[in-house]
Design a protein around this ligand. Structure first.
Ligand code: ADP
Ligand code: MG
Length: 687
């Protein structure tokens, strides 16, 4: 249960005084539905105003506050604004200018001869000093404009002033919370308590340190949750799986090439883990094309040799089908039963398959999310492999683990190179392995950036490539926030290319029926289609070594890591591969620099670091796809700076300082609930 001390923070924003349904609707657009969301809605900067007695030229351009006496109204006209002349105590004139206000309004708000406190930016209009749309208050009034006003991220219909007010009310609801940070860490950084830090961050007063502390809190919650998951998994008794080589050896021997040194090394790490009773939790990183599928297959065969079942989870239908085809071919002739299950399988076929699975008549099951839905029962699931892990979240990883009597071994694979700080925050519960070597004979992909005006030339070149028997991808532009838009762009481009090249052109996009997608993909793999026009559905995993040319339209709209993934669809065979990045005419400096980086390097790690710097963690980890909450307070810089300390702090707390039972442990529980680290919280509940 959530500690009672947090209840006021998890109340709906509607419970705040004066916050009506219209305002709630507006701020919901900023996801500010509860008091705690308002607390974490930090200002981005401050407006600094100067309080002056005398106004003069030197203040032009600055926000000021001054007490002025109103002397004249000039009520304007249809084209002219309302002007109210005012004067300071030294006799300097200032005009207060209003568009769209009536004389009557001015007479009531700014009566002649009276004094008002006026605040706004001082401008010059010809010879006259003026302030447009100033804030007006009575000289003695407490709620006047502030000298230092925090500026909040806003949404339509909500003024900064209003936002400041409701955040202020939320702050009043915030209790002092018990301290969860290790005292020495607190002291080393000179941090103050939680509530104080929150107030300072909102008042922009020593906010650098205050924000550090709040970011640290979030990182600590994240690390605690991951360590709890890890500890819980490792403590449960799994099942040692040691293969005898009767399947893996003939399979590897039948390959036309040898395993790379890196593949052999990571297989050693994996099978070593699997031979232990405590369940494996391992993240395998390897750049696109490094041969992860084979590592997955050898691991799964080892599990089967030891008498267990294995499951391979793929993020897309296309990828699941492709894995099924590849793996079925590789184990042909061996006594291994491989099956595929996706959302598309229904009725009797599905029922039979589930029956076979439950009876142990299937050894390896490949599929999408469907393979861990409720109705799916395994006879004896011993190993779960998750391909392209960045598409899934912690919660989904946990779900799979619940599919077996004893917790299965888990191998997560990703082609996205993950900078160290991110690896800790996103996969902190796992051990890591890396395939740091590509299969021999691979040539680096040659990447060129071309202006879209040269489209004709590109199409000519594509024609020559296809005529010589080559295959190619054409990736269509990303249409911001709209899958339908992506689809429309792809259809348009496919129509143009079909008109030019005829029947050898196929198309896939995300909204096609799965069966149609498959048909197109298998025709392309089989070489029946020369050109595949596609949206980003081909981003992950698709493997057609004969395709050695890729065109990416409007490349500047894609993330760098995403471009690297897309580009990784070529350069998979021994032939020379080319990737053409078409760019729009008007490019910002950064966009130019990003495309230049793509041209200069094939190093996924460098690209990912750059992407992290430019676009934040969410893009790299694909949290949008996995639906996992990104950090709200810990920006990438603060993450890099503090995650290591948070990791150590969390570990110390759990291993040495009495776990979550001691007094600081109680505080740490509150922290987990405050940041809604559900994975960790769920374990607290059950344990
Ligand atoms: P990824 O790591 O991107 O998932 P894949 O597993 O799809 O890469 O492998 C890429 C290609 O490299 C495949 O065509 C695969 O058959 C091939 N491959 C894998 N291992 C080797 C190896 N040791 N030597 C040569 N080719 C290999
Ligand atoms: Mg792959």
């Amino acid at each position: 249960m959530r500690p009672a001390i947090l209840n006021s923070l998890f109340a709906e924003t509607a419970t705040l005084k004066g916050v009506g349904s219209a305002l709630v609707r507006q701020i919901t657009r900023l996801k500010l539905t509860r008091v705690v969301d308002l607390l974490f809605h930090l200002p981005i900067m401050a407006i600094e105003r100067v309080q002056v007695d005398h106004i003069d030229e030197s203040l032009v351009g600055r926000p000021i506050i001054a007490v002025l006496t109103i002397v004249r109204h000039d009520s304007g006209g249809p084209r002219r604004p309302l002007r109210v002349r005012a004067v300071d105590s030294g006799g300097q004139w200032v005009d207060l200018v209003f568009f769209g206000q009536s004389g009557a309004w001015a007479r009531s708000k700014l009566p002649i001869q009276e004094t008002r406190r006026i605040s706004g930016k001082l401008d010059r209009y010809g010879q006259t000093l003026q302030i447009s749309h100033p804030e007006i208050s009575l000289p003695g009034e407490a709620m006047g404009p502030m000298l230092r006003e925090p500026v909040y991220p806003l949404t339509e219909g909500v003024t900064n002033k209003r936002m400041g007010q409701i955040v202020g009310m939320a702050l009043e609801k915030a209790p002092e919370l018990p301290e969860w940070i290790e005292p020495s860490v607190l002291e080393r950084h000179g941090w103050i308590g939680w509530r104080g830090a929150l107030t300072a961050a909102h008042e922009l007063n020593g906010e650098g340190k205050a924000k550090d502390r709040l970011a640290y809190d979030e990182l600590l919650a994240n690390q605690l949750a991951l360590l709890l998951v890890r500890r819980d998994t490792r403590e449960r008794r799994g099942r040692p799986l040691a293969g005898d080589g009767r399947l893996t050896e003939p399979m590897v021997a039948s390959l036309p090439w040898a395993l790379t040194g890196a593949q052999r090394r990571v297989l050693g790490e994996i099978t070593g883990d699997m031979a232990q009773a405590s369940p494996m939790l391992r993240l395998l990183q390897g750049d696109v094309g490094s041969g992860k599928t084979l590592v997955a297959l050898v691991s799964m065969l080892a599990a089967v040799e030891a008498g267990a079942q294995a499951a391979l989870l793929a993020p897309t239908e296309i990828l699941a089908r492709q894995h099924f085809a590849t793996i079925s071919k590789l184990v042909a002739g061996l006594p291994v039963r491989v099956a595929i299950l996706t959302g598309r399988d229904k009725g009797k076929v599905r029922a039979d398959l589930l029956d076979d699975l439950a009876m142990g008549r299937i050894d390896i099951l490949i599929g999408t999310h469907a393979i861990f839905q409720e109705a799916v029962e395994y006879h004896d699931l011993g190993l779960v492999v998750v391909d392209e892990q960045h598409r899934f979240g912690v919660a989904q990883r946990l779900m799979l683990a619940n599919k077996a009597k004893a917790p299965p071994h888990l191998l997560a694979m990703t082609a996205t190179p993950i900078p160290r700080s991110l690896q800790l925050t996103a996969y902190g519960e796992m051990d890591g392995s890396q395939i740091d070597e590509l299969p021999p004979g691979r040539q680096p992909i040659e990447t060129r950036v071309m202006a879209v005006e040269r489209l004709d030339e590109v199409v000519e070149g594509l024609g020559r490539h296809l005529a010589a028997g080559g295959q190619a991808y054409w990736v269509c532009p990303l249409v911001e926030g709209s899958e339908t838009g992506d689809e429309a762009a792809a259809k348009l481009r496919a129509a143009m290319l079909k008109a030019r090249f005829g029947g050898g052109v196929g198309m896939v996009h995300g909204r096609m029926k799965p069966a149609e997608k498959d048909a197109v993909m298998s025709a392309f793999s089989a070489g029946e289609l020369g050109l595949l026009v596609a949206t980003t559905v081909i981003e992950v995993g698709v493997d057609v070594p004969n395709a050695t040319l890729m065109v990416i339209e409007a490349a500047e709209r894609f993330g760098l890591a995403q471009l690297h993934q897309l580009r990784g669809r070529v350069g998979r065979g021994e032939g020379r591969s080319v990737c053409l990045l078409l760019r729009g005419g008007e490019l910002s400096e950064t966009a130019r620099a990003r495309l230049k980086l793509m041209r200069e390097t094939n190093d996924g790690f460098r690209i990912a670091e750059e992407d992290l710097r430019l676009r934040g963690a969410g893009e790299i980890l694909g949290v949008r796809q996995s639906g996992e909450a990104a950090f709200r307070l810990a920006d990438p810089e603060r993450t890099a700076k503090f995650v290591g300390v948070a990791r150590d702090d969390a570990r110390l707390l759990l291993d040495r300082d009495g776990g979550l039972a001691g007094p600081r442990g109680q505080a740490a529980r509150t922290l987990l609930y405050l940041f809604e680290r559900d994975a960790g919280v769920a374990l607290l509940r059950s344990g």
